[in-house]
Design a protein around this ligand. Structure first.
Ligand SMILES: *Cc1c(COP(=O)(O)O)cnc(C)c1O
Length: 386
C-alpha cells in the first residue's frame, strides 16, 4: 500500500482479508491437477483486487514458478517490491514500455513487426540477449499475431543475437464452456502453426495456452505452463464449469466492515437515494461504511444482495451509495454499532461469495473481485501452523 494511504482502515472499519492459507491451498490444488505443467500465476489488476505483491509472494512460496501481468507498470511494481521471479507481460509493450520492461528483466510478449524492432533495440541497448514470447491469435481476436504472420515474426525475432524465442502462446475465448468446440479449434490452429514453424527449423522451448478454464477443463491445453488467474483466488471462471477432475478451491478474499450507525425506521419508509425499496415492517436499519467507491455494486441491494451480521443474512435496502450501505436488521436492538458485517466470506456457518454477487448483479466474478477498490485496506491472514 502506498504511503499516502497508510492511514487506510485506521478510522473507517471496512477492510478486505486476504487468506494466505486459501491461496496456498489453491496453488497446490492447481499444481496437483496440471502437473507436470508449471503454474504461471496471473497477478494483473493488483492480483484481481487481492494485492499483487502479497499474492505474488505467497503463490511463489506455494509452488508457482512464474508470474504474469497485463501491464509493464504492474511488472515494475513487483520488481520494486523485490520480487525476482520471472514475469511475463501478456500484451506487447509500447516502445518506451519495452525498454523499461527489458531493463527490469520482465519478459515481453511480441506480435507485431514494430514490437520485434523495439524489443531488439531495447535488448541491444541493454547489452544482453532477451527472452521473448510470441503470441498467436488463434481466434480470441484481441491481441496476437495472425497465424499467417507468425513465420515472418519468428524469423525477425531470430535474426541476430539480441532476442531469444523462449515461448509461443495463445489465449482462449470460450474455454469456460467445455461443450463449445471452439477451444479444440483454437488448440488445433495453435498446434498447426507451431508445426509449420518447426518445418522451417524454428522452435521455442515453452508453449502455453491455458487460462484457468483451460487448465481446469481442457487437459489437452495444459502444455509447459498454465496461466491461471481466477482459480488462484478460489473461483471457477464460470460457476457452471465442471473441472476435468476433482479440484478444491477456496475463496481467498473476505470483505468485512463494522456497523457504524443504527436507527429504527417505520414501515413504509424508503431509505437511500431514489427511494427504490419500501420497508415492509418497522425495524432497525444499520449503516455499514462501505459503498460503490469500494467495489460494492450500486445495484446489489436492488438485486437481492445480503450481508451477514450476528450470524444471519440481512437484506441491503435501497441503492448502495458511494461510501455507505443500509441494511434491514429487524427487531429493535438486535444489531448494534460495532457489530461485524461480512459482505463477502464466512460468518458462522454461512458464506457469501463473490460468485453470489456476480450472479445477482449479472456480471462475472472477475469484475466483482477487481472492483474492490484501493480505498479498502488489505489485511493479510498469515499461513497458520496446522
Ligand atoms: C487474464 C488472463 C489470464 C488468466 O485468466 P483466468 O481466467 O483468470 O485464469 C490468462 N491469460 C491471459 C492472456 C489473460 O489475459
Amino acid at each position: 500500500m502506498s504511503d499516502q494511504h497508510s492511514t487506510l482502515g485506521v478510522f473507517r472499519p471496512a477492510w478486505a482479508e486476504i487468506d494466505s492459507n486459501a491461496l496456498a491451498h489453491n496453488v497446490r490444488s492447481i499444481i496437483d491437477l496440471v502437473h507436470p505443467a508449471e503454474l504461471c500465476a496471473v497477478v494483473k489488476a493488483d492480483g484481481y483486487g487481492h494485492s499483487a505483491v502479497v499474492v505474488a509472494e505467497e503463490v511463489l512460496r506455494a509452488g508457482a514458478t512464474r508470474l504474469a501481468v497485463a501491464l509493464v507498470e504492474e511488472g515494475l511494481a513487483l520488481r520494486e517490491a523485490g520480487i525476482t521471479a520471472p514475469i511475463l507481460v501478456l500484451s506487447e509493450p509500447s516502445n518506451r514500455g519495452m525498454r523499461a520492461a527489458i531493463q527490469a528483466q520482465i519478459t515481453p510478449t511480441l506480435y507485431s513487426a514494430q514490437g520485434v524492432v523495439s524489443a531488439r533495440e531495447a535488448a541491444a541497448a541493454n547489452g544482453q540477449a532477451v527472452a521473448v514470447h510470441l503470441k498467436i491469435d488463434t481466434g480470441m481476436h484481441r491481441v496476437g499475431a495472425d497465424p499467417q504472420d507468425v513465420l515472418s515474426l519468428a524469423t525477425a525475432i531470430l535474426d541476430g543475437d539480441d532476442l531469444l524465442l523462449e515461448g509461443i502462446w495463445t489465449h482462449f475465448s470460450v474455454a469456460d464452456d467445455p461443450d463449445d468446440p471452439y477451444t479444440a479449434i483454437q488448440i488445433a490452429l495453435f498446434d498447426a502453426t507451431v508445426q509449420a514453424l518447426r518445418e522451417f527449423g524454428i522452435t521455442a522451448p515453452i508453449h502455453h495456452l491455458a487460462n484457468s478454464a483451460g487448465a481446469l477443463a481442457h487437459p489437452g491445453s495444459r502444455r509447459d505452463w498454465v496461466r491461471c488467474g481466477i482459480a488462484l483466488y478460489g473461483y471457477l471462471p464460470e460457476s457452471s464449469l465442471v473441472p476435468s477432475s476433482q479440484v478444491s478451491l477456496a475463496p481467498v478474499l473476505s470483505l468485512k466492515a463494522q456497523v457504524a450507525f443504527v436507527r429504527p425506521l417505520d414501515a413504509g419508509e424508503r431509505p437511500s437515494y431514489g427511494r427504490i425499496t419500501e420497508l415492509k415492517e418497522a425495524g432497525d436499519v444499520a449503516v455499514v461504511p462501505i459503498g460503490y467507491a469500494d467495489g460494492v455494486p450500486r445495484n446489489l441491494g436492488r438485486c437481492g444482495g445480503e450481508v451477514l451480521i450476528r450470524g444471519r443474512r440481512r437484506k441491503i435496502i435501497g441503492n448502495v451509495t458511494m461510501d455507505q450501505i443500509m441494511v434491514e436488521c429487524g427487531t429493535t436492538g438486535e444489531v448494534v454499532v460495532g457489530d461485524e458485517v461480512v459482505l463477502l466470506g464466512y460468518q458462522g456457518t454461512d458464506e457469501i461469495t463473490a460468485q453470489e454477487w456476480a450472479t445477482k448483479v449479472g456480471t462475472i466474478v472477475y469484475e466483482i473481485l477487481c472492483a474492490i477498490g484501493p480505498r479498502v485496506p488489505r489485511v493479510v491472514i498469515p499461513i497458520s501452523a496446522s
